[in-house]
Write a protein that binds this ligand. Structure first.
Ligand SMILES: [Zn+2]
Length: 506
């Protein structure tokens, strides 16, 4: 089956056909680096990662470009308040973003660029728009003349024919001929960073950076542009206007937008106190892979309602998958194979691929793999599973995880490396303690309702069993009993057999 995607531009699900066979060019609006990115931002980034991984899975060679918006009104204001230069101020959040991406298993785009490293190219594009009559200057700033671009509104489908003067579409404080016009270049103001250019001293508007960086690295027409649905208007509409006015060509062939993330049914906002960064959730004891799983679990075109209950569920779902894989790798089964089980494993792979082909239906893809986990566990418990069935099941799991990327049990190691989790202390091995990296996060920890004990990873259980074996060999039975009791408390049951200690979760 062919891959089909919902294109915001056409308003329809379309078969995906790239411009160049077997290659896909993708532009992704990156973060504005004035603070830590929040989980609503990461919902979009996880969606884009699933998209990218699935395109690779289907054999496409992917070239993805992501910008880092490192100059805008908020950044200028915050950097000044912090007494830091723009570069210095934004660098800390770019680094934090890179750490977060690693924690969430987000693949690194082929090109990641800071906006302020592309000023010359932005000036050139603005000059082209001036030459073609699409731009005008007012008090040192340069604006895009929306009236001249007949296709304005084709992405957002907003009808501007009515109350135009009242439609305030941008937050610029400068004089504009038409309320819809937007700034391409903002004249320098006292005390603000600016660049001396042929347009005069100033700094670029936000929209122009994405037109410039996408076309520079992907060509004037490219395959996919993606972002959160809040960017459709005005940001993406303005990108189309600037790019197509300058080149006379179609800018983007497929526009993909991820829907909002809500918290307990409400919009996430600092004032409501329901605003979470990735680090806020880690500080509460959640694994980054559980957060990735939750963010990927809802279809990208449906709003995602974030709750702690659903995050808790996600953490258990991941444990379930990891345990099943552990059984496949380690449990002993009778020789032979069962055709029925082989068929199930193959059918599950076909089902999750069909779900992803269908406009990246991640929820259905998860459903397919959990059906397989249930059937496999049942077959094992009933003694029907055979040694020869292992490979087919593992193969399906491995293929599925190329896209979902949650099976590897290495959250703890990655958090340690990032300095977001305390190193293990002897006799305090059960709960890796998150290290708060801000006073706000530290304030979460005393809340017992919200501190969630991490289920033990398989690696941690194995280490613990080895320690118990050693204690038993040296006849330290008190120690071995206490390890058994601690594991039981953590939900792990031990069973001593002739061939060694087996374990399972309660
Ligand atoms: Zn953008």
């Amino acid at each position: 089956m062919a891959l089909r995607l919902y294109n915001t531009l056409s308003g329809q699900v379309e078969e995906f056909k790239p411009l160049v066979p077997n290659h896909v060019s993708i532009y992704t609006c990156g973060p504005t680096v004035y603070d830590y990115a929040h989980i609503g931002n990461y919902r979009t980034f996880v969606f884009q990662d699933i998209l990218r991984r699935y395109l690779q899975y289907r054999g496409y060679q992917v070239r993805q470009v992501m910008n880092l918006t490192d100059v805008d009104d908020k950044i200028v204001r915050n950097a000044r308040a912090a007494g830091l230069g723009l570069r210095e101020y934004t660098e800390q959040y770019i680094q934090a973003f890179n750490v977060d991406r690693q924690l969430l298993n987000l693949q690194t785009p082929e090109v990641m660029v800071r906006a302020t490293d592309q000023i010359d190219d932005m000036v050139k594009l603005i000059q082209t728009l001036q030459e073609k009559g699409y731009a005008y200057t007012s008090e040192g700033s340069v604006y895009f003349r929306v009236e001249k671009f007949a296709d304005y509104g084709k992405l957002s489908k907003i009808d501007f024919s009515g109350n135009r003067a009242g439609a305030r579409v941008d937050n610029d404080e400068y004089d504009k001929a038409d309320a819809r016009d937007f700034a391409l270049w903002k004249a320098a103001k006292d005390g603000e960073p600016s660049w001396p250019t042929a347009l005069g001293a100033g700094r670029p508007g936000w929209h122009i950076e994405c037109s410039v960086m996408s076309m520079k690295y992907l060509g004037e027409t490219f395959d996919i542009h993606s972002g959160g649905s809040d960017l459709i208007f005005p940001h993406h509409e303005n990108e189309i206007a600037q790019s197509e006015a300058a080149t006379g060509k179609l800018f983007v062939r497929y526009w993909l937008h991820a829907e909002h993330l809500m918290v307990n049914g409400q919009k996430m906002s600092k004032s409501l106190g329901n605003f979470f960064t990735l680090r806020d959730l880690i500080a509460r004891g959640f694994k980054p892979t559980a957060i990735r799983y939750l963010l990927a679990s809802v279809h990208f075109r449906s709003p995602l309602n974030f709750t702690f209950e659903s995050l808790h569920q996600a953490q258990h779902s991941i444990e379930r998958l990891r345990n099943f894989r552990y059984r496949l790798l380690n449990e002993k089964f009778p020789a032979g194979e069962k055709l029925e089980l082989q068929t199930q494993a193959r059918a599950a792979r076909e089902a999750f691929e069909a779900a992803l082909d269908d406009n990246l239906n991640t929820a259905a893809a998860l459903g397919a793999i959990f059906d397989l986990v249930r059937d496999g566990n049942t077959a094992m418990d009933q003694g029907r599973f055979r040694d020869g069935d292992r490979a087919g099941f593992l193969d399906t799991l491995e293929h599925w995880d190329r896209i979902f990327a949650v099976l590897e049990d290495n959250d703890y190691e990655k958090l340690l490396e990032a300095g977001l989790c305390a190193p293990p202390v002897e006799d305090d091995w059960q709960i890796p303690r998150p290290v708060p990296d801000s006073p706000r996060q530290a304030s979460y920890l005393p809340d017992p309702e919200l501190v969630i004990v991490q289920p033990l990873g398989n690696g941690e259980i194995e280490r613990r069993i080895a320690e118990r074996d050693a204690a038993r060999s040296s006849r330290n039975f008190a120690r071995s009993d206490s390890i058994r009791a601690e594991l039981l408390e953590a939900g792990v049951v031990l069973e001593d057999t002739k061939s060694g200690t087996r374990w399972k979760r309660k």
